[in-house]
Design a protein around this ligand. Structure first.
Ligand code: GDP
Ligand code: MG
Length: 162
C-alpha cells in the first residue's frame, strides 16, 4: 500500500484547497464556511512517479465539544494512522494557539512533519513565512494552494519525507 500523508490544520487554513491542488482535480470539498462536512477524505496522489495517499482531516470541525479540543483529538487519530503529516498554517494569520496545540499533538505521536505556510499568494509575505519558524517544526514551505505557487517544492519535500 502507498504511504499515507495526513493533512492537518485549523479550519479554513486551506487544507482542502491544497488537497485539490495536489490531486489535480476539484474533488475535495472547499467552502468559505469553515467546518464543511463531506464523505470522502482519502485521495490517491502521485508526484515524480511516487504514489501516496492523502487524508484530508476536515469534516470533524463542527463537533460540539469545542473547536480546539476536537481539532486536536481528530488530528491525533488521523496522524496515528499516517506515515507522515502535512501541517497547514495560514501564513496571513500567523501561528495561533490552536496551531501550537496541534504541534504538541504531532510531537507526541512522533510522525515526520512538513510545515506548510499557505496563502502565500505573492512574494511580499516573507516576514509572514519567517514567523512560522516559531512553531518549532523547522522550515515552513510557502505555498498558495489557490494559485499553485510553491506546490512543486512542497511535493518534493513530501515524497522525500514519506
Ligand atoms: P480548510 O477548512 O482548511 O479545508 O480550508 P479550505 O480549503 O476550505 O479553504 C478555506 C478558504 O481559504 C477558502 O475560501 C479558500 O478559497 C481560501 N484559500 C485556500 N487556499 C488559499 C490560498 O492559497 N490563498 C488564499 N488567498 N486563499 C486561500
Ligand atoms: Mg476542508
Amino acid at each position: 500500500a502507498p504511504p499515507v500523508l495526513a493533512v492537518v490544520g485549523r479550519p479554513n487554513v486551506g487544507k482542502s484547497t491544497l488537497v485539490n491542488r495536489i490531486i489535480g482535480r476539484r474533488e475535495a470539498v472547499v467552502e468559505d464556511t469553515p467546518g464543511v462536512t463531506r464523505d470522502r477524505v482519502s485521495y490517491d496522489a502521485e508526484w515524480n512517479g511516487r504514489l501516496f495517499r492523502l487524508v484530508d482531516t476536515g469534516g470533524w470541525e463542527l463537533e460540539a465539544r469545542g473547536l480546539d479540543r476536537s481539532v486536536a483529538e481528530q488530528a491525533e487519530l488521523a496522524v496515528q494512522e499516517a506515515d507522515g503529516v502535512m501541517l497547514v498554517v495560514d501564513a496571513k494569520v500567523g501561528p495561533t494557539s490552536t496551531d501550537e496545540q496541534l504541534v504538541r499533538v504531532l510531537r507526541r505521536v512522533g510522525r515526520p512533519v512538513v510545515l506548510v505556510a499557505n496563502k502565500v499568494d505573492d512574494s511580499g509575505q516573507a516576514a509572514d513565512v519567517a514567523a512560522l519558524w516559531s512553531l518549532g517544526l523547522g522550515e515552513p514551505h510557502p505555498v498558495s494552494a489557490l494559485h499553485g505557487r510553491g506546490s512543486g517544492d512542497l511535493l518534493d519535500a513530501i515524497v522525500t519525507m514519506l
